[in-house]
Design a binder for this molecule. Sequence first.
Ligand SMILES: [Fe+2]
Ligand SMILES: [Fe+2]
Length: 395
Amino acid sequence: MALGHDHPLRRGYDVDENAIRFSNYFHVLRELVHLSSGWLPLVPEFERKYRLGEHVHDDARAVSRIRRRLYELRHPSDYPGAPGPELAALLDRLAGADACESYLEIAYGEVKPALRRSLATHVENLDPVTDEPSLILLEKLIGRQDRHIAELAGGPVDGVAATADLGSLPIDLKAEPRRLRILPPLGDPARDPAIEVTPDGDPFLTDELYVNDPDENHVPIEPEEQRHFFHALMDAELCAAELMARNSHEHPEMPWDFHVDMARQVWDEVRHARVHDILMPTELGCRWGDYPVGFSYFRSIYAHDLLGRLALFNSTSEQKAMWRHSHRRKVLVERGQEQVAKVFDYLLADEVPHVHNGVRWGSHLLGGDEDAYRRRVRELREGLDATGAPVETGA
Ligand SMILES: [Fe+2]
Ligand SMILES: [Fe+2]
């Protein structure tokens, strides 16, 4: 199609107005990533937890792109300022939700629809030629918000009290960054109502499934043990997603790239859970909910500070799981279970960046000193048994 030159340019927004609009979107999406990460462990149903995890990642990437556009418009600063009083009031209400359901209602029934309307207003009024970079970005954001709302809004969102065009709200460029509310510390994560949670989890699982010694590691090959093993693995993936989500939520002071890395891992882990959710009924003859699960390992990691969680989970548990996944894959290929073996191939590939998250952000917490981080990992590993579980101390 020819570019055309007979239509005059539209007046559109001036650069300042445009940057103010993107600043408002930044604040809305940043708050959504932060709070959805905090609430995700408390969403009981697997399907909704999966959706929320994927949206957190999608919105985290949107924040990165909006920051980039702000940097271009306000060169050389991408500082989004602080929300003005009207937007702050909306965000405070979102942050003030005292239960998972009311949070999701405000987020998906009110905030995201208001954001979506404002993005559409922006597209209708900008000049698509001088401001083509904004146009392309906004169209992508609208498509994503439409999908998120369709997937997680509990009911119709049309009747929602219309927040004013939130892109046009004032931004305070001289104010300190907005302080994000951190939810109270997590107890146990929530699971589907049909899941039985017990102190010790599934008694069928043996230590030999989780040791890294090539002579002692046992790959589950019998149908019955594979059923129990994959069921536990699905729960372990959910726990991993929940730990990463809380790492992000509980540390808003970390650089933005940390939150993007955590959001990506949240999405990866809920995707892994989905793989097992499909594999169980289609290949193994069982389903999610057939066996009990337990949270003692989750609690042992969650009890640590961020550095300890990265050292024990990303740099130890996930690092050691890489060897076991490749070992499992080999044994299953030899047995002709190609479909199940392929799963381990992908889990292994995804594990590489997860392990890297440990080194990257653990070193960051120690002033960029990677050697100091590796020493810390070695120290913390001394408290673990051969399966990676903390050694019981005391009675
Ligand atoms: Fe995983
Ligand atoms: Fe992982």
